[in-house]
Write a protein that binds this ligand. Structure first.
Ligand code: CUA
Length: 613
C-alpha cells in the first residue's frame, strides 16, 4: 500500500510541493507580505480506527455539513462519517422531488441555484435546542430554515439589499434571531445608479427573526462583512471585515495592514429601531441604521490583514479572529468590548488581549472546552492546537501542529460552538484532496479529516472524501436531536393539500378521486404498499394535472414515490405524508406512473396508467 511520505524521508514529499504551490497560487502576495512559513512539527499518526462504529451500532453525534455549490445540507453520523441524508435546500433533488412538488416550489420560486456555506442550529441557553437549523445561500442572498423534527427545509427568506449573504449566526442565549452578513458591497439601491462609483457601494448586517423568518432590521457598515458570530448573552453580533479599503479589485482589497472585527451593539440597535429611527432602501420596507465609524451601534476593532473567521470560545469570554494574510490569531476579550461601548476604553484595539503566531494562513478556530483552541492553517496545511490562557499571558501557546491533507478551510470540534464543547473530535474540512483518494477526473472531491482530540496530542483518525464543497460543519450530540419517524397528519406542511381536497369534498386519507375544474384535473390518491388507490386515470391533452398523493402506510421507513413517465415529475413520499405536484399533459397516449422507492416485494407492480386522449 502506498504510504503518505509527506513529512518524512526524502524531504521532497508531496506536502512541500503543495506548500510551495499554495503560496504562489493563493493570491501571489505571500512573499510580498513578508509572511514566514512554518514547518509542521508532528507527523500524522495513522493506522488505528478510534472512530470505528461497528455494524448495527449508532453514532454518538450528528454531523451537519453545508453542501457548498450543491446548495444542500448533509447529515452524517459521527464519528464514523457515514452519510445519512442530503437535505435539499436551495437545490433540486429528484429523490425527494425537491423543485417538483408544490411545497418545495413555493419555497424555491424560480430559483434552481444555491451555494450553502454556514450551517448552525438554534440555541437555548448556550446550547443546541434541536428545533431549527439555518443555512445561508451566498448565490442568491438567502437564508433558509430547516425543521429538525422532520429534517426538511421549511422557510427561505431573501435578504433585501444584499449580495453574497455569507456568514450567519443565530442568537445563543435564546431562540431569537439569525444575523446575516453581506459579503459583497453594492450600490444601494442596486437599480443601476452609482454603478461606476464604488465609493458609494456598501454592505449590510441583517437581523432575521427565527420564528417569522422576516428581516427585522439592517445596519450599514464600512467595508464588507465575512464570517459571523454572536456572544452567549444576546448583547452582540459580530462580523469580520476583510475589505476595510472598500476596494473592488484584489490589489485594492488587500492593501491595508489591518481590517476589522465589527461588533454590533444589539440593545442600542433594537432601541432605535423600536423608536422608528432608520431609513429604507429602494422597495424594501426593512429599516436600516447607519453603523459606519462613529455610530453608537458598532465598534470597529482593528485586526491584522484580511480577517476571515471569528469564533467565540465556550466560556463566552473571547472572540478569536484570524487574519488570512497574517500568521496570527487575535484574541478579543468581550468584557473589554463592554468597556469600549461604555466609553471606558478609547482605542478599540485595546480589546485585543493576545495575538499569537499560529501559522501561515489561519482561517477558523474550534475549541475543546479545556481552554485550547484549534485553528485551521490554510497555507501550511496544518491544524494548530494552542492554549488561550498562555497566549494571553504572553507565553508561546502552541502545543502541536498536525498535518492535514490538504489546505484546510473550516475546522470545527464536537459541540465547539456551544457552552458544552466536549473536546472529543475535530473535523478539518480540507479544500484539496490531491493524492489521498483514487483520481476521478479533473474535478476532485474534498477531504474531510477527523481528528481525535481527546488526548494532549491530536491524532488523525479518518479521511472522508466529500462531494464538493462543504464549507462548514457542526458536530452535535445525538441526545439533542429528536427527529420524528412518521408524519403527524395534522402538520401544517400538508395544509394546502388538505384545503384543496376539502374544496372537492375529498378525504385525503381515503382518496381515489379524479376531479375536473375547467382544464385543470386534480387526481387524489393514496399509496399503500404495493398499490396506489387509482391504477388508472384519464385526462385530455392540454389539461393541467395536479396529483395529490397520500402515503397511508404508517410503518417506519415505508416510503413510496411517484414518477410519471416522460413528464419530469418524480418525488418521494414518506409515511403519513401528503405531497402534490402539478404538470401539463401535452401528449396523447399512455403514460405509466410508478413507485420510485423500494417499498415491497411487489414494488415494481406499484404503478398505474395516465391515459391522455
Ligand atoms: Cu411503493 Cu415502491
Amino acid at each position: 500500500m502506498e504510504k503518505d511520505n509527506s513529512t518524512g524521508g526524502n524531504g521532497i514529499g508531496r506536502r512541500s510541493l503543495l506548500g510551495a504551490g499554495a503560496l504562489t497560487s493563493l493570491v501571489g502576495v505571500g512573499a510580498a507580505l513578508g509572511l514566514r512559513s512554518h514547518t509542521a512539527d508532528a507527523a500524522p499518526e495513522v493506522g488505528h480506527l478510534p472512530n470505528e462504529v461497528k455494524p448495527g451500532e449508532l453514532d454518538e453525534y450528528y454531523g451537519f455539513w453545508s453542501g457548498g455549490q450543491s446548495g444542500e445540507v448533509r447529515v452524517l453520523g459521527m464519528p464514523s462519517g457515514r452519510l445519512l441524508k442530503r437535505i435539499p435546500v436551495f437545490n433540486w433533488d429528484t429523490a425527494y422531488g425537491w423543485g417538483t412538488t408544490r411545497y418545495s416550489k413555493a419555497l424555491l420560486g424560480d430559483s434552481k441555484v444555491g451555494d450553502t456555506h454556514h450551517f448552525h442550529l438554534s440555541y437555548t441557553d448556550g446550547t443546541y435546542d434541536g428545533k431549527y437549523a439555518f443555512v445561508n445561500d451566498k448565490a442568491n442572498g438567502r437564508l433558509a430554515r430547516i425543521r429538525l423534527d422532520y429534517f426538511i427545509t421549511d422557510a427561505i427568506t431573501e435578504i433585501p439589499n444584499s449580495q453574497g449573504t455569507h456568514g450567519i449566526f443565530p442568537s445563543r442565549h435564546k431562540r431569537d434571531a439569525v444575523y446575516c452578513n453581506a459579503e459583497f458591497r453594492t450600490p444601494q439601491p442596486n437599480d443601476g445608479r452609482n454603478v461606476d462609483d464604488p465609493k458609494k457601494y456598501y454592505a449590510l448586517h441583517t437581523c432575521v427573526d427565527q420564528e417569522t423568518m422576516k428581516p427585522r432590521w439592517q445596519v450599514r457598515v464600512d467595508g464588507n462583512l465575512d464570517l459571523c458570530a454572536t456572544d452567549y448573552h444576546g448583547k452582540y453580533s459580530m462580523a469580520c471585515c476583510y475589505n476595510s479599503e472598500g476596494g473592488v479589485n484584489l490589489g485594492e482589497m488587500i492593501a491595508a495592514d489591518r481590517d476589522w472585527l465589527v461588533v454590533f451593539n444589539l440593545a442600542r440597535i433594537e432601541k432605535d429601531i423600536a423608536a422608528g429611527k432608520g431609513y429604507r432602501i429602494g422597495k424594501s420596507r426593512v429599516p436600516v441604521l447607519d453603523g459606519r465609524h462613529g455610530s453608537p451601534y458598532t465598534l470597529y476593532i482593528p485586526i491584522p490583514k484580511s480577517p476571515h473567521g471569528v469564533n467565540i470560545d465556550p466560556t463566552g469570554k473571547y472572540a478569536i479572529c484570524s487574519g488570512k494574510l497574517s500568521p496570527t490569531c487575535s484574541v478579543v476579550e468581550l468584557s473589554k468590548v463592554d468597556e469600549a461601548f461604555a466609553g471606558k476604553i478609547k482605542n478599540p484595539r485595546d480589546c485585543v488581549v493576545a495575538e499569537p503566531e499560529v501559522g501561515l494562513g489561519p482561517l477558523h478556530t474550534a475549541f475543546d472546552g479545556r481552554g485550547n483552541a484549534y485553528t485551521s492553517i490554510f497555507i501550511d496545511s496544518v491544524i494548530t492546537k494552542w492554549n488561550i490562557a498562555k497566549a494571553i499571558k504572553g507565553e508561546n501557546p502552541v502545543i502541536q501542529k498536525l498535518d492535514v491533507h490538504y489546505q484546510p478551510g473550516h475546522v470545527n470540534a464536537s459541540m465547539s460552538e456551544t457552552k458544552e464543547a466536549d473536546g472529543k473530535w475535530v473535523i478539518s474540512l480540507n479544500k484539496f484532496s490531491k493524492d489521498r483518494f483514487l483520481p476521478v477526473g479533473p474535478f476532485r472531491n474534498d477531504n474531510d479529516q477527523l481528528i481525535d482530540i481527546s488526548g494532549e496530542q491530536m491524532r488523525l483518525a479518518h479521511d472522508m472524501p466529500a462531494h464538493p464543497e462543504p464549507h462548514d460543519a457542526v458536530i452535535v450530540r445525538r441526545d439533542l436531536i429528536h427527529p420524528k419517524k412518521v408524519w403527524d397528519r395534522k402538520d401544517p406542511h400538508m395544509a394546502p393539500e388538505r384545503k384543496l381536497a376539502a374544496k372537492f369534498g375529498v378525504t385525503l386519507e381515503a382518496a381515489a378521486h379524479v376531479k375536473r375544474e375547467g382544464k385543470h384535473v386534480y387526481v387524489f390518491m393514496t399509496g399503500v404498499a404495493p398499490a396506489y388507490s387509482l391504477q388508472e386515470f384519464r385526462v385530455k391533452r392540454g389539461d393541467t394535472v395536479t396529483v395529490v398523493l397520500t402515503n397511508m402506510d404508517s410503518v417506519e421507513d415505508l416510503t413510496h414515490g411517484f414518477c410519471i413517465s416522460h413528464h419530469d415529475i418524480n418525488f418521494g413520499i414518506s409515511p403519513q405524508e401528503t405531497v402534490s405536484a402539478t404538470f401539463k399533459a401535452d401528449r396523447k397516449g399512455v403514460y405509466w406512473y410508478y413507485c420510485t422507492w423500494f417499498c415491497h416485494a411487489l414494488h415494481l407492480e406499484m404503478r398505474g396508467r395516465m391515459i391522455v386522449t
